[in-house]
Design a protein around this ligand. Structure first.
Ligand code: SF4
Length: 453
């Protein structure tokens, strides 16, 4: 059996795609291996969200080509994902030795194309075409590796693509227009996961709260996305539901109220702000204002006072003045996010922002990046401190990644909690009394051993 090694760059969506590809390859008789050294096939699943991510994957592939020529001439090397989609044939030309380039609607073709390359039917394959129904090809989940525990949480891809076309973003060009999987198909997948022992699912997409906007009629004032949440909510044995990544524009009152009505829907929301300046939000084509964002935050906190809020922000967008940046800092102080991912603006090919005047220096971007991270750390420290002395319900995920002698879990508002516990806690909902705070981590002691038994 030919062996395959997959390396993934970028976001949760890429991780999910790689897992589905790996599972499909296994079903077609390929052997999944942990090391690229012994693999007959190496696939890099790429990300295009920033230029750095692309350069990293290209650099890695150039090293693999050199190594393969030296130690394993028959090895097949390929690119998958967003960069494969945006660069296509160019990659075979610019990185000689690459024999497979699969776009974001062709992941499920990997087994057949690899077989044709391995048995010499084809010299190289480049396929970046659109394919009807491709959104429903990301559904398989790998079973735990030998000796590994069944994961307690899982990501479920509900849609592909984005129609939003924010001026800085390459996703609509690499992932195509929005295509949604049917509710029944998603519910079946979630139910299968629960039968395997999963207790929490995260519904995944580039702009999840646009789910069903064009193909599911509103029912009783509820959008397609809220109807999906309700359907998943009905699954017995499922304890928690999360979703990522929404767009502030897609938060209708039906979704805000769902946080108060659906007990399994965890009170945590990752809402990408991108900037606190209305002038920049307009240039970014985000289609909401600073005031609307604040109104949304207040609506969510009115429904769920303990709502955990995180966000994404771009600093150094073309033309960003000191005053624009200060408006972002002020909004951070006003909202007091629990966590934030701060990114320096990175020019993306074919995006309107790449052609805009006022491109800023890397020094200014880096200064604003560090400054906002410092502000976020101060706010984070303060917000995490409010948990000391409180009892919180956590879903126990498994051994702590930092200290395997301890266990870790997540609160409903998505905070990591580390504690001393027993393996039988894994997969359980338990109460933990928080005693101290570390860097964006809570530490505590189990208040009640096991809620269920
Ligand atoms: S909504 Fe998100 S994925 Fe879609 S274009 Fe904007 S930034 Fe990109």
């Amino acid at each position: 059996m030919p062996s395959v090694f997959i390396r993934t760059y970028g976001c949760q969506m890429n991780e999910r795609d790689s897992e589905a590809v790996a599972s499909q390859l296994r079903d077609h008789g390929f052997d999944l291996v942990e090391s690229e050294r012994s693999a007959d096939v190496i696939l890099l699943n790429t990300c295009s969200v920033r230029d750095m991510a692309e350069q990293k994957a290209i650099g890695k592939m150039q090293n693999l080509v050199a190594e393969s020529r030296r130690a394993n001439p028959g090895q097949i090397l390929g690119f998958l994902g967003c960069m494969a989609q945006s660069r296509g044939e160019e990659l075979v030309r610019d990185v000689p030795g690459v024999r497979l380039v699969l776009g974001t609607q062709k992941f499920h073709r990997a087994p057949e194309y690899l077989k044709s390359l391995l048995n010499g039917e084809a010299r190289s394959v480049v396929d970046t075409e659109d394919e009807k129904g491709s959104e429903s090809t990301i559904r398989e989940h790998l079973p735990p590796a030998d000796g590994q525990l069944q994961p307690v949480t899982a990501f479920v891809s509900i849609m592909q693509g984005c129609n939003q076309h924010c001026s800085f973003c390459i996703v609509p060009y690499t992932r195509g227009h929005e295509r949604c999987r049917p509710i029944a198909e998603i519910v079946d997948e979630c139910r299968e996961l629960v039968d395997r022992g999963v207790r929490e699912v995260t519904l995944l997409g580039q702009i999840v709260n646009s789910y069903g906007k064009r193909d599911i009629p509103i029912v009783d004032g509820k959008s397609g996305f809220v109807q999906l949440l309700e359907a998943v909510h009905e699954i017995d044995g499922l304890e928690r539901i999360r979703f990522t990544s929404p767009h502030p524009k897609g938060y209708g009152l039906d979704l805000v109220e769902a946080y108060g009505r659906l007990p399994k829907l965890c009170e945590s929301a990752h809402i990408p702000l991108q900037s606190g300046s209305d002038r920049l939000l307009k240039l970014m084509k985000r289609q909401y204002t600073r005031d609307r964002f604040l109104e949304l935050v207040n609506q969510l906190r009115a429904v769920q006072p303990g709502m955990g809020l995180s966000t994404d922000v771009i600093v150094g967008f073309p033309g960003e003045t000191e005053d624009d940046f200060q408006q972002t800092v002020d909004l951070f102080r006003e909202v007091e996010f629990d966590q934030a991912f701060v990114f320096r603006y990175s020019k993306r090919r074919n995006t309107p922002a790449a052609e805009m005047d006022g491109q800023l220096s890397e020094e200014i971007k880096e200064y604003r990046n560090q400054h906002l991270l410092q502000v976020m750390n101060e706010i984070g420290e303060k917000r995490f401190q409010t948990f000391v002395g409180r009892e919180v319900e956590i879903l126990v995920l498994g051994p702590s990644r930092k200290n395997p002698l301890r266990l870790e879990g997540r609160t409903r508002c998505h905070k990591i909690v580390v504690f001393e516990g027993h393996p039988r806690h894994i997969g359980q909902l338990i109460k933990v009394r928080i005693e101290k705070v570390g860097s964006f981590t809570l530490y505590g002691t189990p208040a009640i051993v096991n809620l269920d038994n």
